[in-house]
Each structure stands twice: as C-alpha cells, then as structure tokens.
Design a protein around this ligand. Structure first.
Ligand SMILES: Nc1nc2c(ncn2[C@@H]2O[C@H](COP(=O)(O)OP(=O)(O)OP(=O)(O)O)[C@@H](O)[C@H]2O)c(=O)[nH]1
Ligand SMILES: [Mg+2]
Length: 298
C-alpha cells in the first residue's frame, strides 16, 4: 500500500524588510537566502524545498513588493514578486507586528488578484515589549481581508513556526513530490556564492550603494578540496568603486573574508576567492544590462 504524499508551492510575499528571507532560512534550517536590515535585499525568486516524511513544501522567497518605480531594477523586483504568486497553492503574507504601512496596503491590493488561500504571518513579535498591544492589532488586520489564518510569529527567534508549517501542510494537495528528496533549492552554488558576496556588501555599505551594485561570478571551478571563485562587483560610477574597495582595500578584503567563510561552509571545502570591482554606467536602469546580469524572469 502506498502512502499519500502532499506537495505544493508556498509563496512568501510582503513588503521589503518584513522578514521573508529570514523566515525561509529558519523554516529550512539552512541559510539559502540572503538577509539584511536594508529593504530590497532579495532580488530573485528563489525556491527553498523542505521534504519531511510524506510532505514536500516548496517555499518561494520573493523580492519585497514596493512602490518605488523609478528604475528598471525596481520594476523588475515587483514583476518577479508578482509572478511568484501565480499557480502557488498557498500564500504566506508577512507583515510586521504593530507596523502597518502604505506598502502593506499596496501588497494587499496586489494579493487580491490571486486565488490562493492566504495565511497572514504577523512577524517580529519578539520586538514587542507590551504584549497587550498585539491583540488589538491582530483584530484590526483581521478586518482587512478574509484570511485563512492569522499567525503571530518571530522568523528570527522561531516562535510559532511549527504552527505556521502545520497549517501550510494541511493546505497542500495530494500529489507526488516535485523535487528529489535531497534537493533544497533550485539555485546553483554559483548563484548562492554571488548572493553571499552581495549580502556582505549590502550589510557593510550605507545609503544608496547597496542598490547600485550587483555581483557576477566570472569563474567557478573545483578540484579535489579547493574551489576557485572569481567574482565581479559591478557598480554604476567610479566614486562608488572607490567606496566599495575602501581605504587600502579594507572593505573589499573584509567582504571577501566573510563571504569566503560562508562559501566554505556551504561547499564543505576550501575556497580561493578573488573579487574585482568594475563600473558599468547606468546598469540599474538598463533592461539589457539587467538581463545580462541575471535579472530576467525565466
Ligand atoms: N527582531 C526581529 N527581526 C527580524 C525578524 N525577522 C526578520 N528580522 C530582521 O528584519 C530584517 C529584514 O529581514 P529580511 O529577511 O532580509 O527581510 P525580507 O522581507 O526578506 O526583505 P527584502 O528581501 O528586502 O524584501 C533583518 O535585519 C532581519 O534580521 C524577527 O522575527 N524579529
Ligand atoms: Mg528577502
């Protein structure tokens, strides 16, 4: 007698910075999606696949939906997020406890176009000192849409994530697994290597600079116990290049060291990492340049 299997896609949607990627990493128990305190950290749709016993949940991490439309990159991010909602079995919409913004209303209006059931995850409850403030907030958000469920969570501390996942599992269709049981993402190690570098840059650099750079892997090869990786960091202007490199190359060196350690943990071998910074004028607002740098919807 064969056991019934449950499997389906679960999109994690929300405005920038609410904790979508943190949630994905915590649910998987492994870091595959980069995170930072700055909005618009995630730029690509990315799958995180969790297989346990007879259930396979295919989480979809997405760029934050936002209302900045001034360049081609901003528009690409919204397109990638919106397209990720199509055909999924469940949507987990994240908002931040006690912090409803105009962008949340924008997300709500976008979500109304989807037919998938929506679970509202009210994140960052660990930040609330006055626990009595949460209940009125939950009551208030409940009036905004006919949510299947509203679950207060902490993605970083792991509060209520079992409850969230139990609810998700109940909503998955009965079907064979879509991915091999040992697979955890649809992205290559090469892609993740570029993302680890970008994360270190985004976390270290202030103001607008994180939005003006991207990372491209130029070379990735392995022999026995060593992986060689060469990456280009693209910026828009010479002045940005100077900042990214830092005085006496200090910033670039620190970024390289931090990223290399993460790559070594992921690849379980020594990594030799080389970084270069280059200027490509106006790449953020140039559809062709964006495509060449990997920002295109598959
Ligand atoms: N205190 C607290 N901080 C959290 C929690 N979840 C996420 N964060 C923090 O919120 C910030 C944003 O987290 P991300 O996971 O990068 O947010 P995101 O929604 O993926 O953001 P984008 O990719 O920019 O759309 C980071 O500094 C996280 O550490 C939480 O449950 N509690
Ligand atoms: Mg993210």
């Amino acid at each position: 007698m064969s056991i019934e299997k449950h499997c389906g896609y679960v999109a994690i949607i929300g405005r920038p910075n609410v904790g979508k990627s943190t949630l994905l990493n915590h649910l998987l128990g492994q870091k595959i999606s980069i995170t930072s305190r700055k909005p618009q950290t995630t730029r690509h749709r990315l799958l995180g696949i969790k297989t346990e016993a007879d259930t396979q949940i295919v989480y979809v991490d997405t760029p934050g939906l936002h209302q900045r439309h001034h360049n081609a990159m901003n528009r690409y991010l919204n397109r990638a997020a919106t397209n990720s909602m199509v055909g999924v079995d469940v949507i987990v919409w994240l908002v931040e406890a006690l912090h409803w913004t105009k962008e949340d209303t924008f997300v709500l209006n976008t979500l109304k176009q989807s037919s998938a059931p929506i679970i509202l995850g009210v994140n960052k409850i660990d930040k609330i000192s006055d626990k009595n403030a949460l209940l009125p907030y939950l009551k208030e958000v409940a009036t905004r849409y006919d949510f299947l469920e509203i679950i207060p969570i902490s993605a970083s501390k792991g509060h209520n994530l079992v409850e969230l996942e139990t609810k998700i599992t109940q909503l998955l269709p009965i079907t064979t697994f879509l991915f091999p049981e040992e697979q955890i993402t649809d992205r290559t190690e090469r892609f993740l290597a570029a993302e680890f570098i970008r994360e270190k840059l985004v976390r270290r650099l202030g103001a607008e600079l994180p939005y003006r750079l991207t990372v491209e892997i130029e070379h990735f090869s392995s022999d026995k116990n060593l992986t060689h990786i060469a990456a280009l960091i693209w910026v828009e202007q010479h002045g940005q290049k100077v900042i990214v490199i830092g005085k006496k190359g200090k910033i670039l060196k620190a970024v390289g060291e931090e990223a290399r350690k993460e790559m070594e943990a992921m690849l379980e071998c020594k990594v030799f990492l080389q970084l270069w910074v280059k200027v490509k004028k106006g790449w953020c607002d140039n559809e062709r340049a964006l495509q060449q740098l990997g920002y295109s919807e598959e």
